[in-house]
Design a protein around this ligand. Structure first.
Ligand code: CO8
Length: 258
């Protein structure tokens, strides 16, 4: 599939999407949102894809929603269109793991998009922020909620109220990113991590993602019960039998995704 705002490729079971509006620092315009929704929809249904890497071309992962496109819109325009509603829904409900490889600016909607992914690998040059307040608005694709859950109230509040950017080292200390890598190693490592994930049992990886994400939505007790029920259900899969047999027989597991 050829897109105007995305580069899409596959490397075996890994799908790689590069946001590709580098002249606008990959700002999220409606075209880009529609194309990303379409591609994720296709890969959700494609059993050949086990993990996705999302990155940005040039100096940015994404510098936010497209301000030039958004600026003239009225309240009725954005309310009726439920601006960014379908976008947030499409990424957050994607069932397979998505790794964000953040190479530069991840600001506003760009930071929110990175946080919608399952974890973030950052290059040393990455910068994260929620600068919407400088534009007379606030985060609107989940930033007030997800950033607070990632880094805690104090830092999230400071970032949303001041618009200050965090560098990669601070983002790692704060728990926003899982690891920081040299810029020239970021994609190599992101693809290696995605390949490792895609080599596991696909349904077990999907259930694991669903269960970790349940920690955001439930009480501790409900989350633990959800985990236990899904854990028990894994004993009905061929992949549990294979994974454990392979360990006992000292050989690599050969999962059948069943
Ligand atoms: N939208 C549109 N164009 C952008 C954006 C953006 N978010 N960011 C950068 N660009 C464009 C610039 O206009 C410029 O284009 P041109 O060459 O035509 O003038 C080009 O990208 C390069 O940018 P700069 O020249 O500004 O590059 P600098 O290196 O000087 O600065 C910065 C880089 C600091 C990243 C700067 O570009 C910047 O501050 N960008 C805006 C960041 C921002 O405010 N992001 C938040 C946007 S609002 C948002 O995301 C809200 C989401 C929630 C909506 C929810 C609705 C329900």
């Amino acid at each position: 599939m050829t897109y105007e705002t995305l580069l899409v490729e596959t490397d075996g079971p890994v799908g790689i999407i590069t946001l590709n509006r580098p002249d606008a620092l990959n700002a999220l315009n409606s075209k880009l949102c529609a194309e990303l929704i379409e591609q994720l929809g296709a890969w959700d249904k494609d059993a050949g894809i086990g993990c996705v890497v999302l990155t940005g071309a040039g100096r940015a992962f994404a510098a936010g929603a497209d301000i030039k496109e958004m600026a003239p819109r009225s309240y009725m325009d954005v309310y009726k269109a439920d601006m960014f509603g379908a976008f947030e829904q499409a990424v957050s409900s994607f069932r397979k793991p998505i790794v964000a490889a953040v190479n530069g600016f991840a600001l506003g909607g760009g930071c929110e998009l990175a946080m919608l992914c399952d974890f973030i690998l950052a290059s040393e040059t990455a910068k994260f922020g929620q600068p919407e307040i400088n534009l007379g608005v606030m985060p609107g694709i989940g930033g007030t909620q997800r950033l607070t859950r990632y880094v805690g109230k104090s830092k999230a509040m400071e970032m949303c109220l001041t618009g200050r950017m965090m560098d990669a080292a601070e983002a790692e200390r704060a728990g926003l990113v899982s690891r920081v890598l040299p810029a020239d190693k970021l994609m190599e490592e992101a693809k290696a991590v995605a390949k490792k994930i895609a080599s596991q049992s696909q349904p077990i990886a999907m259930m694991t993602k669903e269960t970790v994400n349940a920690a955001y939505e439930t009480t501790l007790r409900q989350g633990i019960m959800f985990e236990r029920r899904l854990f028990h259900s894994m004993f009905a899969t061929a992949d549990q039998k294979e994974g454990m047999a392979a360990f006992v027989e000292k050989r690599p597991a050969k999962f059948s995704n069943s």
